[in-house]
Design a protein around this ligand. Structure first.
Ligand code: CTP
Length: 408
């Protein structure tokens, strides 16, 4: 698989200001580099009280820059050189004092100086606040954060939870993997900004009795990847997930369901409030007519129990038949074992949707890569084999290009 890593060719200046969360920045360097980025660490004097430049140098493979008076820079202008090379400056942790400096446009230390010296239009500044909850909630901090945002800074988090001081609340720096994903999302085009997307994912489980049921091998990975890609593209995303063990992508609202009828009941009232509906779930077509309340027991006769099956509601077809004013723009998935394009086109017509995404079913269940064929009225478009997240981003691009808003 040749998909380049998410931060391929990105040069990130990672700034550390003083705070106990500096310990997370060591892991953050690793995460950014694993994602393909080059990382230049810059530390304030206060940051060096919490973690040593030696650690950050060893992890980043570059000498840490600490002072604007560092004579190693031939032109002695570290603030200019660093901010001209960077694709983004990420300050993590950003202390209350550092955010105050940014809000005031101060330049007492190299890190605040280079933030001030950065070309606003091409070098974004991302701040990951980290401080005690009272400091975060203080009106002065909130004022400074609002000013920094008004001047173009992007604020990531903070998270809530246990704090080093023993208190609990808002102000924790996001974890290294969360900051990595925020940065990756930041570099994605905002193709669905202002749009809302409803997605179904995973299998459904149709109970036979309290311990048994009918389900399938869908892992939910493709649907979760589409949810992440849509959120990265700026959409408000609701994900209705069958029983899967996958982490919820950042900024995605997740609703867990078990059966097809629960999925149907979660989707139908929400569909009119969304612009786009993407049905990736492998919904069980049939369910036992009545699930036993007690476990079915062997009766000693050697004959298996007989139970009747009834058809589940077709969620996609139902949404696609909503009145035009309530109907989101619908995308179906077709998992087929053969004649992919023919079956996908037949589904396009039968379900009455503008786009069906075909994939070769059993071959892709649970795998991390996939191949998709997009079938619509205009023809077929193949998205070549790639990781499911890369494919999901391609699919989001194709959806954004085709999407037409419903009549007002
Ligand atoms: N789908 C749905 N509700 C169902 C069945 C399917 O929303 N009860 C959606 C799936 O999420 C997918 C699309 O319909 O987007 C195609 O589903 P699939 O099961 O492949 O097609 P079927 O209509 O069941 O046809 P067949 O089983 O003959 O392939």
């Amino acid at each position: 698989m040749s998909t380049p890593p998410d931060l391929h060719r990105k040069h990130i200046v990672l700034g550390l200001s003083g705070g106990i969360a500096c310990y997370k920045s060591a892991e953050l360097v690793r995460e950014l580099m694993r994602a393909g980025a080059g990382v230049q660490v810059v530390m304030t004097e206060a940051a060096t009280q919490f973690i040593t430049p030696v650690t950050m140098q060893a992890l980043s493979g570059r000498t840490v820059v600490l002072s604007q008076w560092d004579a190693r820079e031939p032109n002695n202008m570290a603030h200019i050189n660093l901010s001209r090379e960077a694709d983004a400056i990420l300050v993590a942790p950003a202390s209350a004092d550092f955010i105050a400096q940014i809000a005031q446009g101060r330049a007492d230390e190299l890190l605040s100086l280079l933030c001030l010296a950065r070309p606003l239009e091409r070098c974004p500044l991302l701040l990951a606040p980290a401080m005690n909850r009272e400091m975060w909630a203080h009106p002065a901090t909130q004022r400074n954060v609002a000013q920094a945002q008004a001047d173009g800074a992007i604020v990531l988090g903070p998270g809530a939870g246990d704090q080093a001081c023993g208190e609990t609340g808002d102000g924790r720096m996001l974890e290294a993997d969360e900051l990595r994903d925020e940065l990756i999302a930041f570099f994605q085009p905002r193709l669905l900004a202002g749009r809302s997307v409803l997605i179904t994912a995973g299998p459904t489980f149709e109970a036979i009795d309290p311990v048994r049921g009918i389900t399938n091998h869908s892992s939910g990975k493709m649907g979760f990847a589409v949810a992440r890609a849509a959120a990265e593209a700026g959409a408000r995303v609701t994900l209705v997930a069958g029983p899967v063990h996958l982490p919820t992508p950042r900024h995605v609202t997740r609703i867990d369901v078990t059966s097809a009828r629960q999925m149907h009941d979660a989707v139908l009232p929400r569909a009119p409030r969304h612009d786009i509906f993407v049905a990736t779930a492998a919904v069980a077509d049939w369910r036992p007519a009545s699930a036993g309340e007690q476990k079915l027991k062997k009766d000693g006769s050697g004959r298996p129990p007989a139970f009747e099956l009834v058809e589940n509601p077709d969620i996609l077809a139902t949404v696609a038949r909503l009145p035009a004013a309530d109907r989101p723009w619908c995308v179906g998935f077709a998992a087929e074992s053969h004649d992919l394009v023919r079956h996908a086109r037949e589904k396009l017509q039968r379900k009455g949707v503008p786009l069906v995404v075909g994939n070769l079913g059993p071959a892709t269940f649970g795998r991390d890569d996939n191949t998709l064929v997009l079938v619509d009225a205009a023809g077929e478009t193949e998205l070549p084999a790639a990781g499911k997240l890369a494919l999901a981003r391609d699919l989001v691009r194709e959806i954004a290009a085709r999407y037409t808003p419903r009549p007002a």
